[in-house]
Design a protein around this ligand. Structure first.
Ligand SMILES: C[S@@+](CC[C@H](N)C(=O)[O-])C[C@H]1O[C@@H](n2cnc3c(N)ncnc32)[C@H](O)[C@@H]1O
Length: 255
């Protein structure tokens, strides 16, 4: 994953004010997830694909819960550790490098298992969802926010974006719901976040163009071109109605 979330990506994330949060949810939307799932200092979260630690920092810092974060990228985990240390949250947050789903068998018994804007990168989601469910305690929650494709027939139209972003494929809203139903995870919240994805992509593209000069000054001429074209593609395909986003919050049934 270091090839996507590379120096240019991270520099642009910093310069566009995104820093540790590598997803399009607002901080308030993330807080709302914390409230719905009853986060407090007694709870422990597994943050699957935690990236640069923004979610861990928010939930440990504001709700006082403990967080175990795991991500495939050493660069991102190293950045996340710095964020967490600076926020003086090291006693609550534990971060490590690990590949999903292979590393999951080392974890168990979490009140909340959360995976934000990351399953898009991982194949065989039906299996991954079954594995994530097994990490949730009784009466706990599984939270997934992800990109979706509006219809399977659009896969060929967004092929270049899937290849460049290392998305093996995307789920539709319907196929995500079917995975949850198949694995007996009762859906308690199902939000279509396509409109906010489009708004975010538009503003991100605008901000990326604004910081282009600064990125090129820091990283060299032409360094931002590929990233800018990726951001533009995502914006255009979302605006064209091919791509969307959803939030699913479920409670696993173990009976
Ligand atoms: C868009 S970022 C989201 C990061 C974080 N969840 C957030 O919201 O800020 C996607 C993350 O998925 C991670 N990732 C992708 N495939 C992975 C895998 N198979 N195992 C673990 N992490 C993975 C990437 O390294 C990256 O940090």
């Amino acid at each position: 994953m270091d090839d996507i979330y590379n120096t240019t990506y991270l520099k642009i994330a910093d310069l566009t004010g995104r820093h540790e949060k590598l997803n399009h949810l607002s901080w308030d939307e993330l807080r709302e997830i914390g409230k719905i799932t009853g986060l407090n200092e007694k709870k422990i979260i597994l943050d699957v694909c935690c990236g640069r630690g923004g979610i861990a920092k928010l939930y440990a810092g504001e709700f006082g819960c403990r967080v175990k974060g795991i991500d495939a990228s050493k660069t991102l985990i190293d950045d996340a550790k710095v964020q967490i240390e600076e926020a003086e949250l090291s006693s609550l947050v534990d971060l490590e490098v690990g590949l999903i789903p292979d590393s999951l068998n080392r974890f168990a018994d979490y009140d909340i298992v959360i995976c934000i804007e990351s399953l898009c990168h991982i194949a065989n989601r039906d299996h991954v969802i079954a594995e994530l469910k097994r990490k949730v305690k009784k009466d706990g929650y599984l939270v997934i926010h992800d990109w979706i494709i509006k219809d399977q027939k659009y896969h060929s139209r967004v092929k270049d974006l899937l290849e460049k972003w290392h998305f093996p494929s995307l789920e539709t809203a319907k196929s995500y719901v079917e995975h949850f139903e198949k694995h007996r995870i009762k859906i308690v919240r199902h939000n279509d976040l396509t409109e906010s994805l489009i708004a975010f992509r538009k503003s991100l593209y605008k901000r990326c163009k604004e910081v282009k000069e600064e990125v090129e000054r820091l990283l060299g001429k032409g360094s931002s071109d590929e990233y800018l074209s990726l951001v533009r593609l995502a914006k255009e395909y979302a605006e064209a109605g091919y791509l969307g986003a959803i939030l699913l919050i479920g409670v696993p049934n173990f009976d």
